[in-house]
Ligand binder design. Structure first.
Ligand SMILES: [Zn+2]
Length: 461
């Protein structure tokens, strides 16, 4: 959509860029074409966030109008909302609360009930391997920006299949986007339905690029006969089980559940018959590490010289104080996974116990801080979930190091700490919890010695 305000400023909704852009022309008489295009709101990623222009996110904005009083009104199609850009201290509209946003979105449970129990391949009920889960890091997180790659959140479920295998729709859907098929003729070719997304396909074609005999797919070729465009008419209806394409050389489908910008954990939102996971997550060797605010690692108290001499190197409890970050390096596997396969976890948390195993006050229950029902709206949040060195899909190496003192759930993301110095000095147990989607749980205990911090002892800071 396009709108012009009385001053001649042009507002343009950029659906693909999830942004509201502004065009201003130079008014000086000797300038004929000079002008600027800037982004007024959105643009970093699709999403639903209210707030300042820098913070706000849109999802496929499709129309814009300028009201007589100067208020800019946007049809935010992907979010099914009319949004407004209002000046400060204006009382029109109201910022959305996270509860209101949750109510606007259908839940994974609702989506699951409306879908067909089947896999994206035939036969429909034959279980397949899951090769990657929702919320995993993609790319590499490094303190050296030159080395960093991405990172972003994996927003789907990877289901391997054979090269050229037919991929099928999991529920009845109707194409609503004018351009539903993107990255055509690349490894990332994908099709977007309102509630499902499929990537790594040849949409509407066989492995040899021959077209499906299905007139819903309109394949455009260049002069050399290469596939250049794939269109699906807006409004085209598809039934559960309909063939939508074949697997390309990635040999898996990246399956997305939920609307763009509001993706859900596909394991919760889709019913994959006979999917099975009896394998508990693995917390790696020395996989629990404790850091201070500045990311300096807390160290073990060395054991006595005699003990070292008698039984070799042996470490005592980790000495901690003040604000503690807990980092857990862990991964999951499911039945049927190859040994080398490392999947991301679903839920993580921690609990503080006395040495006799009773919880300390405030930790009567484990504090489950990370939960991947959905994802934070902003991929800039990746470093709040994953610690440095985390990586996947970048080299052969897969490392998931979760910062479990931060809170990442229900689309909220917050840096936080275990405030160790609220406890009397002494020894305690930090118990770490790592769970997969199917409720398999692994714990690991680390003994710590809480020492009085310099601040709490009243020393100068
Ligand atoms: Zn994927």
């Amino acid at each position: 959509g396009v709108a012009i305000d009385p001053a001649g400023v042009i507002y343009i909704t950029d659906a693909g860029g999830a942004a509201l852009r502004v065009c201003r022309f130079n008014n000086s008489p000797d300038s004929t074409v000079g002008g600027t295009v800037t982004t007024l709101a959105g643009g970093s990623s699709a999403g639903l966030v209210d707030g300042s222009l820098e913070r706000a996110l849109l999802n496929r904005p499709a129309g814009v109008a300028v009201a007589r009083d100067g208020m800019i009104v946007v049809a935010d199609t992907g979010n099914k909302l009319v949004r407004a850009v209002v000046g400060e201290n204006r009382q029109q509209g109201a910022p959305l609360t996270s509860e209101a946003i949750t109510m606007l979105r259908s839940t994974a449970e609702q989506m699951r009930r409306a879908g067909e129990p089947r896999w994206p391949y035939d036969p429909p009920v034959r279980p397949r391997e899951i090769a990657a889960t929702f919320g995993e890091i993609r790319g590499l997180l490094s303190s050296d920006p030159a080395e960093s790659m991405g990172p972003w959140f994996h927003n789907g479920l990877d289901v391997p299949g054979g090269y050229g295998e037919t991929v099928r729709l999991l529920r009845a859907e109707r194409i609503l986007r004018p351009l539903s098929v993107t990255s055509v003729d690349t490894a990332r070719e994908r099709i977007r339905f309102p509630l499902l997304g499929y990537a790594h396909l040849r949409v509407g074609r066989h492995a040899d690029d021959r077209e499906f005999s299905d007139e819903r797919f309109i394949i455009g070729r260049d002069a050399a006969g290469r596939v250049a465009r794939v269109r699906v008419r807006r409004g085209a209806r598809f039934a559960a089980g309909d063939a939508i394409g074949t697997l390309n050389n990635q040999n898996h489908v990246h399956l997305i559940a939920g609307p763009a910008g509001a993706e859900m954990n596909a394991l919760a939102a889709l019913e994959l018959p006979n999917v099975k996971d009896t394998v508990a997550p693995t917390i790696e060797l020395n996989g629990v590490r404790l850091f201070d605010r500045e990311w300096k690692e807390f160290q073990s108290i060395a054991s006595t010289v005699t003990a070292v001499a008698e039984r070799g190197p042996k470490t005592g409890p980790v000495a901690v104080q003040s604000d503690v970050r807990i980092v857990v390096q862990a991964y999951d596997q499911m039945d049927g996974n190859a040994i080398r396969r490392r999947l991301g976890l679903y839920r993580l948390g921690y609990q503080i116990l006395n040495l006799d195993g009773t919880p300390v006050p405030q930790f009567a229950e484990p504090l489950m801080t990370i939960s991947f029902e959905n994802l934070p709206d902003d991929s800039a949040a990746v470093p709040l979930v994953y610690a440095e060195g985390s990586q996947a899909g970048y080299t052969e190496k897969t490392v998931f190091a979760y910062i479990i003192t931060n809170t990442v759930r229900d689309r909220e993301i917050r840096e936080d700490f275990w405030r160790a110095s609220t406890l009397p000095p002494g020894e305690y147990i930090v118990r770490v919890f790592a769970e997969d989607f199917f409720g398999n749980r692994t714990t690991r205990d680390v003994t710590v010695q809480v020492t009085a911090s310099a601040n709490s002892a009243g020393a100068t800071s």
